[in-house]
Design a protein around this ligand. Structure first.
Ligand SMILES: N[C@@H](CCC(=O)N[C@@H](CS)C(=O)NCC(=O)O)C(=O)O
Length: 250
């Protein structure tokens, strides 16, 4: 039986975490089927059927032969482990594997969370036009993940403060500085070849640009990082992941 035909990805076309997984799938040339979850207009992530799949109310989630995995970084590692397609995205060396996981951790806990705060008033605000305060509050009460629920309810009342934005930018700059130092020594974050560490960060430079975060897109300060961005964005797997259209577009 061909296991590749039982792989279904629950995802959203423009979500960074979904794009990480789609780049991994494309890089490893794994066949998959799509279940698009409209987290924007229909807010399907808050519906009960989806919370049975991902209790956190997040995309992505992977269904492999009826078994569900959540968390994009875990899904990426699972795909690499399970599918021996001739392309490995995890270093053979245990130390480099450890370093790969440290990078992935930084991208999740420093970069992803910070970008989310910065996007709140920039690219996410248009989602809520015409929705009343009480309607939004009722929606956010349905968020499965208690931390995310608390953050959204807090932002509904108080927005994102300047201090919070400054701290988010500082955390991202700190990671970019670490990347610059590493990429001055090796072409990719864990050595000579592309790994899941690079893919975990791949969608964020485009987010920085979309949110007009000029201090993060000025590559003259970090030229090695700038070269890495150009290189990763020109990968066929990146282009394929970004070419996924919005099936719910009017
Ligand atoms: N740690 C999770 C984070 C997932 C996450 O933040 N997903 C976002 C899209 S990138 C989401 O589903 N947001 C739903 C919402 O904004 O309500 C992962 O890596 O899968």
């Amino acid at each position: 039986m061909d296991i590749r035909h039982m792989l279904k990805l629950y995802h959203y076309w423009s979500s960074t975490c979904s794009r990480r997984v789609r780049i991994t799938l494309a890089e490893k040339q794994i066949d998959w089927t799509s279940h698009h979850v409209d987290i924007h207009r229909k807010k399907e992530q808050l519906e009960e059927w989806y919370k049975q799949i991902n209790p956190n109310s997040y995309v992505p989630a992977l269904d492999h032969d009826g078994r569900i995995l959540i968390e994009s970084l875990v899904i990426m590692q699972y795909l690499d482990e399970v599918y021996d397609t001739g392309t490995s995205l995890v270093p053979d060396d245990a130390y480099r594997r450890g370093m790969m996981r440290i990078w992935m951790d930084r991208f999740e806990y420093a970069v992803h969370k910070a970008v989310n705060a910065l996007s709140h008033s920039r690219s996410h605000s248009d989602k809520f036009v015409g929705v009343s305060h009480d309607e939004l509050k009722a929606l956010w009460m349905k968020v499965g993940n208690p931390e995310k629920r608390r953050i959204l309810l807090h932002r509904l009342e108080y927005g994102v403060s300047e201090a919070e934005e400054a701290s988010a930018i500082e955390r991202i700059e700190n990671v970019l500085d670490m990347m610059e130092a590493q990429l001055a020594q090796t072409p990719w974050l864990c050595g000579d070849t592309l790994t899941l560490a690079d893919i975990a960060m791949a969608p964020y430079p485009e987010r920085f640009e979309a949110n007009k975060l000029d201090m993060l897109t000025d590559f003259s300060k970090r030229p090695h990082y700038g070269n890495w961005v150009a290189k990763i964005q020109s990968l066929p797997s990146y282009k394929e992941a970004y070419a996924f259209p919005n099936p719910d577009a009017a």
